[in-house]
Design a protein around this ligand. Structure first.
Ligand code: PLP
Length: 507
């Protein structure tokens, strides 16, 4: 398929601004009504008020619309095709979910309303707490955290609160994390004030039990793990791992980012985990990352329920209300009830899927990942490190090390070359235990034809690397913007990210 992305020479809204252009119209108000209206007053302290009006672009409504449509045409989205960003579970998002949240019975609610007038949405969120508990094997949930990483932080703060409550926080300073973990895991542990102890993976890509046994001690506060791990491999010895950590007095935290692989089949709570966060914006639809806000509800076993972030929604058999009387709670992690729109979308998604539907999600997600593994692992230059030959769960990590050695084309080049073929790149250089890593997660929502399009593109790039390195290394050429300076992008201080910064940079 020939791919050419739109390339608009699109100016900023500020640059297109024309003095006096308006994008709104209010109905005319008669003089009599104007006089009858109270004079506008402000309770804002004087020193916080602007002396001059804000400098905003002035444009008509169609001009603004054209601008954003053009920008969208220079972008890629999950509605266009495969978005195989490993560990991100970029699945198709049913438009029906958007319809649900647009319903005025939800969208016109105000979080300051009295609970007696919010019974409907409280019932929905209460049921969502119950369903998440059932799906993950936990006893109680708080819907507060706004992302996976925030759910992790909440979870680690629960570990902290638990040990503090038992008088052990002074001694239990360490959180154990496998070397395959997502970067947010050690970051969350460190933010909660813990020292991070890294345990290596063995040749099968599993937690090395001997290393774990020597890492645990009376200093262990807990272990953070995702299962299947970031190599897409199920930790076979998870019950033994749980036993080792529990015996040492630590708690087990489950990073729910990879829950898509387990839905309806196996539950973290049954594996021995005490705490979990779920990424509703991955597993239960809603685009992830730049595509939209998230929700990372945190769930626990009953003994840890007192530490959950408040409010937790409770039901006394007649009324739904907000439980804020949890003196041992780690507190709030979000305003009001959490990220309500994302919670609603997850509810709508789970309700439509039902238990059998969720079961089918993991079936197809795993099938798709293994289809891709089987096809691509035969391509020259690519290998599947760790336990090759073993079926993966929902994602597969390839190494392009051989390709790099043979041709100079590295994992980044392969990812960029995919963009030129109208596909999104996989995650690359993660997990860090795989050299020249390309991490592919197709999810369940793409069919064989789309997977084959991806595999064909991959094959073409692999062949081109051995015949015409220059072409591959100069990609992308067919996208709106060619190869970005990633070093510069990682140091945003050198860039003008706002109009004001841009104007200052021109002085
Ligand atoms: C394994 C894993 N853990 C945690 C996270 C963090 O989730 P979030 O991006 O919602 O903060 C991610 C994100 O991709 C992930 O892949």
């Amino acid at each position: 398929m020939k791919f050419q992305q739109a390339k608009w020479d699109e100016a900023l809204l500020f640059e297109r601004s024309r003095a006096g252009a308006i994008g709104y119209s209010f109905p005319a108000v008669s003089k009599a009504v104007q006089q009858a209206l109270p004079k506008p007053t402000s309770t804002l302290p004087k020193d916080l008020r602007r002396s001059t009006p804000p400098s905003l672009p002035e444009l008509s409504e169609p001009e603004v619309m054209q601008h954003f449509v053009r920008l969208s045409q220079m972008n890629y989205c999950v509605d266009l095709g495969l978005y195989p960003l490993g560990s991100c579970t970029m699945k198709f998002n049913p438009p029906m979910n958007e319809e649900v949240i647009k319903n005025p019975q939800f969208s016109l609610l105000h979080p300051h309303q009295d609970c007696s007038t919010l019974q409907g949405i409280l019932q929905i969120f209460y049921e969502l707490q119950q369903w998440l508990s059932e799906i993950t094997g936990m006893d109680d949930f708080s819907l507060q955290p706004a992302a996976g990483a925030q759910g992790e932080l909440a979870g680690v703060l629960i570990i902290r609160a638990y040990h503090a409550d038992h008088g052990n926080l002074e001694s239990r300073r360490e959180i154990i994390i496998p070397d395959s973990a997502h970067g947010t895991n050690p970051a969350s542990a460190a933010m909660a004030g813990f020292d991070v102890v890294v345990v290596p993976s063995n040749e099968q890509g599993q937690v090395d039990l001997k290393a774990l046994e020597s890492a645990v001690s009376e200093k262990t506060a807990g272990l953070m793990l995702t299962n299947p791990n970031t190599l897409g491999l199920f930790e076979q010895k998870i019950e033994k791992i749980a036993e080792i950590v529990h015996k040492a007095g630590g708690l087990l935290y489950y990073d729910g980012a990879n829950l898509n692989a387990n839905l309806g089949r196996v539950r973290p709570g049954d594996m021995g985990f005490d705490i979990i966060h779920t990424n509703l914006h991955k597993t239960f639809a809603t685009p992830h990352g730049g595509g939209g806000p998230g929700a990372g509800p945190v769930g626990v076993k009953a003994s840890l329920a007192p530490y959950l972030p408040i409010p937790v929604i409770v039901f006394d058999g007649e009324n739904y209300s907000l439980d804020i009387e949890r003196p041992k709670s780690i507190g709030r992690t979000h305003g009001f009830l959490g990220n309500a729109a994302v919670l609603l979308k997850a509810y709508a998604y789970i309700m439509r899927m039902g238990w059998q539907g969720l079961h089918a999600v993991s079936d197809h997600a795993v099938l798709n990942a293994n289809y891709i593994m089987k096809k691509i692992q035969g391509f020259k230059g690519f290998s599947v490190p760790y336990a090759s030959g073993v079926w993966r769960k929902h994602e597969v990590v390839f190494s392009a090390k051989q390709l790099e050695q043979d041709t100079g084309v590295n994992a980044r080049d392969v990812a960029k070359a995919l963009l030129d073929r109208g596909l999104h790149a996989p995650t690359f250089y993660f997990p860090s235990i795989v050299e020249e890593a390309l991490m592919i997660e197709p999810t369940e929502t793409f069919g064989k034809a789309e997977l084959d399009r991806f595999i064909d593109a991959f094959r073409e790039i692999a062949e081109q690397a051995y015949t015409n390195v220059d072409i591959v290394c100069k990609t992308p050429q067919n996208t709106a913007i060619d190869r970005l300076d990633e070093v510069k992008a990682a140091h945003p201080r050198t860039m003008a990210l706002t109009w004001r910064m841009f104007q200052q940079s021109q002085k």
